[in-house]
Design a protein around this ligand. Structure first.
Ligand code: NDP
Length: 614
C-alpha cells in the first residue's frame, strides 16, 4: 500500500484548517513521520495538512459535471416552484424574487471583483446537502476570478461566506465597525476552532547558513566574546592591535564557576517564588497554551536588595571586573552544558513540541537553533527563565561592578558622566524588559525559536558580557563628555525608548486583546488566521518600529564612549546586523503565515526598519 496518496508538485484541493473551505493548493513535500503534507496556497501561505484534509481536483470536477438538475440551487429553485411558493403568492420572509436574486448575485460578484485583493475565490458554490461528495456546483460564471476556488460545505450559507471572505480581505476601521470586529475576534473565528500555526514538521529551509553556518557560529560566537573582552582590557584597543592570548589555565577559576552556579540557583529560586500573576502564552500549534509566572521585576528587586546587602558588608564588587574573562568562560561552559542537555532531552520530546525552525534532522543545526520549543522541567520553563533573568539582570550587576571599578581605579568620588549615562540607559532597558515581562511571550524567541545553543549562549553569555562592553571600556578608557552632549545623547535615548516601548506595547496589546478600547483608533488588515496586521500607528510607520527604537537606543549607549575607538560601537554595528537579519527571518515567517495579507501589508507599509531608507 502506498504510504502517500499525493505526489510532490501535484495540484490538489486542500482544506483550510478549522474551516470547511477547500482551496487549490500545490503539494510541496510530505513528512513520513508526522504523515503530513506541506502544501502551498496560491496566496503563498504554507501549511501542513493531514491526508484527510486533501482531495484530488478531479473529485471536485467530477461532482461539478454531474447532472445540473441535481444542483442544490436548482433543487431550491424547483422547490420554489411548488404550490406553496407559487409566484402568485406574496413573497414570504426573506425570500427574494428571481430578478432581485440575480441583482443581488450581480452585486456580490461586483463587490468581490472590486475587492481586488486577489481573493482566492474562483467559484463560489452553493452548499451541498451533507458533504462535498454530494456537491453540485453553480455555473462557473456566477462568481469567479482567475486564481483559485472555494467549495463550501453545508454548514456555511453562501451569503455569509461571501461576507466573511470579504471581511477577511478588506481593510477596515475597528472604531467604525463593531460588528465586524466581532467576526474578526480571535476567539470567534478560525482561531476558536484551532490556531492556524503551521503544524511542526521537518524544517526544510535552513537559516544561518545551514549546517556549515551554524557550525561556524558555534565556534565564532564564543571567540568573539573573548576577543572583545581581551581587546577592551588593552590600552590601545585598535582593531589591528591584536591582544596577546592568555594562558589557558588562567581562564578557568573554580571559585568563579561556583559564583556562576550560585547566581543561577538564586535566580531560579526567585523565579519559583509564588509571587506575581500567572498568564497564558500564545496558543501552540496543538492549541494548548502554556502558563507563565510574571515575577521578573520582583526577581530584579530581590537581586538589587541582595547586592545592596553585599555592598553594605564591604563586598568588593569589582572582583567581577578583575575576573570578567573567567566569568565569561564559566558562563560559556554552563551554557554549553545546558545546550547539550537541551538537545539530549529534545530527542525524546513529542513531535508537536519541537520548534518549527529547529527540526531539520541535522544534529549541528538543531543543536544550534534549538530542537524543542518550550523545554520544561515540571512547570519550570527553561527558555522563559533564561530569556530575561540570569543574563539580563547579570548585565546590570556587571555594569554596576564596572562603575565601582572605575571609581576605585581612578580614585573618583563619583562615577564619570559617561559611565552614569551608560549605566542609567541600560538599567532603564533592563527594568523596562522586566516590568513588561509579559510582552516577551509574543516575541519570536518564545513563539518560534527552539531553545538550543543560540538562545542559551545568547541569553547567558552574549547579553551580559557583550552588552556591558561600553561600561567595561570606560573603566580602562576614561572619556569626558560635556553636559550639553550628555543632554543631547539623553534625548536620543529617550526618543529611541519611546518608539521601542510604544511600538512593542501597541503590538502586544493588540495581540492579547484586539478589542481593547485603547486601540480603537487603529486600523488593521484581517488575515485568514484570525489575527490582524496593524497598518496604522507605529506598525503603519515601518514594519518593525520596535527595531528602529532599539537601534536608536543602541547608538545612544555607544556615544558616551566618544570617538577614539570603534570598539564601544561594536554593539550598535552588531545590533543593526542582527535586527536586519532577524527582520528578514520574521518577514519570511509572516509571508508563510499570512500570505496575501502580508503582501498587502508590505505594499501599505513599504519600509522595513528605517523610513525612506530600508
Ligand atoms: P517582534 O516583537 O517585532 O515581533 C514580530 C512579530 O510581530 C511578527 O512575527 C508577527 O507575529 C507580529 N507582527 C508583525 N507585524 C505586525 C503588525 N503589523 N501588526 C501586528 N503584529 C505584527 O519580534 P522580536 O521578537 O524580534 O522583537 C521583540 C523585541 O525584542 C523588539 O523590540 C526587539 O527590538 C527586541 N530584541 C532585542 C534584542 C536584544 O538583543 N536586545 C534581540 C532581539 C530582539 P504574529 O503575527 O504571529 O503575532
Amino acid at each position: 500500500m502506498p504510504s502517500r496518496k499525493f505526489a510532490d508538485g501535484e495540484v490538489v484541493m486542500g482544506r483550510w484548517p478549522g474551516s470547511v473551505l477547500y482551496y487549490e493548493v500545490q503539494v510541496t513535500s510530505y513528512d513520513d513521520v508526522a504523515h503530513l503534507y506541506t502544501v502551498k496556497y496560491k496566496d503563498g501561505t504554507e501549511l501542513a495538512l493531514k491526508e484527510s484534509d486533501i482531495r484530488s481536483q478531479s473529485s471536485f470536477k467530477h461532482r461539478k459535471s454531474q447532472s445540473s438538475s441535481s444542483s442544490p440551487s436548482r433543487r431550491s429553485s424547483s422547490r420554489s416552484r411548488s404550490r406553496s411558493r407559487s409566484p402568485g403568492r406574496p413573497a414570504k420572509g426573506r425570500r427574494r424574487s428571481a430578478s432581485q436574486s440575480r441583482e443581488h448575485k450581480e452585486d456580490k460578484k461586483k463587490t468581490i471583483q472590486e475587492t481586488s485583493l486577489a481573493l482566492p475565490v474562483l467559484v463560489l458554490f452553493k452548499p451541498s446537502e451533507n458533504n462535498t461528495k454530494r456537491y453540485n456546483g453553480e455555473p462557473e460564471s456566477t462568481e469567479k476570478n482567475a486564481t483559485s476556488c472555494i467549495i463550501l460545505e453545508q454548514k456555511l450559507k453562501p451569503d455569509l461566506e461571501i461576507k466573511r471572505v470579504l471581511e477577511q480581505y478588506s481593510l477596515r476601521s475597528r472604531k467604525d465597525d463593531k460588528k465586524k470586529e466581532e467576526i474578526y475576534s480571535e476567539k470567534k473565528t478560525f482561531a476558536a476552532v484551532k490556531p492556524i500555526e503551521k503544524v511542526p514538521t521537518k524544517t526544510k529551509e535552513l537559516e544561518f547558513g545551514g549546517r556549515i553556518g551554524t557550525f561556524m557560529l558555534i565556534l565564532l560566537l564564543p571567540a568573539t566574546v573573548f576577543y572583545l573582552l581581551l581587546m577592551c582590557k588593552q590600552e590601545d584597543p585598535s582593531l589591528l592591535n591584536f591582544p596577546p592570548l592568555p594562558a589557558v589555565e588562567s581562564l578557568w577559576d573554580g571559585r568563579v564557576f561556583g559564583v556562576i552556579l550560585l547566581w543561577f540557583f538564586l535566580q531560579a529560586v526567585f523565579y519559583l517564588l509564588p509571587i506575581g500573576k500567572v498568564v497564558e502564552g500564545l496558543p501552540l500549534s496543538s492549541g494548548r497554551k502554556l502558563q507563565y509566572r510574571i515575577n521578573g521585576f520582583y526577581a530584579f528587586i530581590l537581586t538589587a536588595a541582595a547586592v545592596g546587602v553585599l555592598l553594605y558588608f564591604q563586598f568588593e564588587l569589582h572582583y567581577l571586573y578583575d575576573h570578567l574573562m573567567q566569568f565569561a568562560v564559566s558562563a560559556a561552559a554552563f551554557s554549553l552544558a545546558l545546550s547539550i542537555y537541551l538537545y539530549a532531552r529534545s530527542l525524546k520530546a513529542p513531535e508537536e513540541e519541537l520548534a518549527p525552525g529547529g527540526n531539520s534532522g541535522y544534529f549541528i543545526y538543531d543543536f544550534f537553533t534549538g530542537h524543542e520549543l518550550n523545554p520544561r522541567v515540571g512547570s519550570f520553563d527553561l527558555k522563559y527563565f533564561c530569556e530575561l533573568r540570569p543574563g539580563l539582570i547579570g548585565w546590570v550587576v556587571i555594569n554596576l561592578a564596572m562603575l565601582l571599578a572605575e571609581m576605585k581605579i581612578h580614585n573618583l568620588s563619583m562615577p564619570s558622566l559617561s559611565m552614569i549615562l551608560v549605566n542609567s540607559f541600560q538599567l532603564l532597558y533592563v527594568v523596562d524588559a522586566l516590568w513588561n515581562e509579559e510582552a516577551v511571550l509574543t516575541t519570536m524567541d518564545i513563539t518560534h525559536d527552539g531553545f538550543g545553543f543560540m538562545l542559551a549562549f545568547g541569553d547567558l553569555v552574549w547579553v551580559p558580557f557583550v552588552y556591558s562592553l561600553q561600561a567595561f571600556y570606560l573603566v580602562g578608557h576614561p572619556t569626558t563628555i560635556t553636559w550639553p552632549v550628555a543632554a543631547a545623547i539623553t534625548v536620543l535615548n529617550c526618543i529611541g525608548y519611546y518608539i521601542f516601548r510604544s511600538a512593542n506595547s501597541q503590538k502586544n496589546n493588540f495581540r492579547r486583546n484586539p478589542a481593547d478600547p485603547k486601540l480603537a483608533n487603529l486600523k488593521f488588515i484581517p488575515t485568514a488566521t484570525g489575527k490582524g496586521l496593524l497598518v496604522t500607528g507605529w506598525w503603519g510607520f515601518v514594519r518593525h518600529p520596535n527595531y528602529l527604537g532599539d537601534i536608536i537606543m543602541a547608538l545612544a549607549w555607544s556615544l558616551p564612549c566618544g570617538f577614539n575607538h570603534i570598539l564601544p560601537y561594536f554593539y550598535v554595528i552588531y545590533f543593526i546586523c542582527l535586527l536586519v537579519h532577524r527582520e528578514a527571518r520574521d518577514e519570511h515567517h509572516c509571508k508563510q503565515k499570512y500570505g496575501l495579507a502580508w503582501e498587502r501589508y508590505c505594499q501599505r507599509v513599504p519600509y522595513r526598519i528605517f523610513p525612506y531608507i530600508y
